[in-house]
Design a protein around this ligand. Structure first.
Ligand SMILES: Nc1ncnc2c1ncn2[C@@H]1O[C@H](COP(=O)(O)OP(=O)(O)OP(=O)(O)O)[C@@H](O)[C@H]1O
Ligand SMILES: [Mg+2]
Length: 329
């Protein structure tokens, strides 16, 4: 703001200013990065279309790939009820019910609230609904709104309990459900049978670089191209990794290839990336079977024994590998 009433500086003040210039300090203000969705146009279009059609969707992909971020950035074609904590499923369901029944925009629903609970005051409804059982809450929730009128957004359905699965079975025909999970175990999640699965892939190289550029546009990078390549190779298109690496290099006073190389090599995120060893195991398994067969055919007991022993060891290999990985981290 310019203060027009401020007195003009005197001659002495002006001389002093030019003689004793203030030293300039560059202060790095940690940028609050407001991330935008990068490179998910096709997925967004597809999910929005499916939700519009009333089809439930599950977004899958490894950790950090951007499932939760994506579903937060959608333009929802219907009204949304959100279950923000699936571990507190009952409390979240009750909150949804209170939201519906206590809504001032819906006098009809307030009348229902008065009928069932004798009040439409949201605070009183919180107390009353918290005493309901989960199946009751489900029934009330379905009665309180039209079929497929609302999208039920449930972030992260990883490791749902059997009781939650039963609840989802009850809700899935009345709501359009949008949820996320790293992996889907179909044998104990039959409510997902008619869901559409959208598997998020790593960002393409241009999108990865675009995201990195957005996050570091204000920084002075030396050997930019080398740095970009290193970041892309380290993150392998995982946006969370790109973001974390960008944030990490912001801490450095000078950002050049040497510094970025060290940061990337020490970045723990990339070490957690799972290596798919199933083709190797399959090959090994096949070779051992052949070994055993040849041993039996030629009557070579040793060969048969080695084949058999390694075969047994391989049965437990998965367990040992898992344990090793856990200890390694
Ligand atoms: N498409 C994207 N564009 C820009 N930034 C992204 C994108 N996807 C993810 N991110 C960034 O990566 C971070 C991690 O993403 P998110 O939390 O959505 O991962 P997730 O797949 O839900 O992981 P988890 O399985 O651990 O819950 C986000 O907070 C966001 O900053
Ligand atoms: Mg998530």
């Amino acid at each position: 703001m310019i203060d027009a009433t401020a007195p003009k500086p005197s001659l002495w003040q002006r001389i002093k200013k030019s003689l004793f210039r203030l030293r300039e300090y560059r202060i790095k203000i940690p940028a609050t990065i407001t991330p935008e969705l990068v490179g998910r146009d096709e997925d967004v279009k597809k999910i929005e279309r499916l939700l519009q059609q009333g089809v439930s969707v599950i977004v899958t992909g490894p950790t950090g790939i951007g499932k939760s971020f994506l579903i937060d950035k959608l333009r929802y074609p219907k009204k949304v009820l959100e279950i923000d904590d699936h571990k507190e499923f009952k409390r979240s369901l009750a909150a949804c019910l209170v939201h519906l029944l206590g809504s001032e925009e819906e006098p009809g629903r307030q009348a229902v609230a008065n009928l069932i609970y004798g009040t439409d005051n949201p605070d009183a409804l919180v107390v009353k609904t918290s005493k309901e059982s989960m199946p009751n809450l489900c029934r009330l929730l379905c009665d309180a709104c039209g079929r497929k009128e609302y999208i039920l957004k449930i972030n992260d359905l990883e490791s749902v309990t059997p009781s939650v699965v039963r609840i989802l079975e009850m809700l899935k025909d009345h709501f359009v459900i949008l949820t996320t999970a790293r992996t889907v175990k179909m044998n104990n999640s039959s409510f997902l049978w008619d869901f559409e699965k959208i598997d998020l892939k790593p960002l393409s190289r241009p999108d990865s670089l675009r995201l990195f550029h957005r996050l570091t546009a204000d920084l002075e990078l030396q050997q930019v191209e080398w740095i970009q390549n290193k970041i892309h190779d380290t993150a392998s298109g995982n946006p969370r990794m790109v973001m974390e690496l960008a944030e990490r290099i912001r801490q450095e006073p000078v950002i050049d290839a040497f510094v970025v190389d060290e940061i990337c090599n020490n970045y723990l995120g990339r070490q957690t990336r799972e290596i798919d060893i199933s083709p190797v195991l399959l090959l090994l398994f096949g070779s051992l079977m052949i070994l055993r067969y040849v041993g039996r055919e030629t009557g070579d007991q040793e060969l048969t024994f080695i084949g058999g022993a390694v075969l047994v060891m391989m049965m437990f290999a998965r367990y040992f590998l898992k344990e090793g990985r856990r200890k390694g981290m």
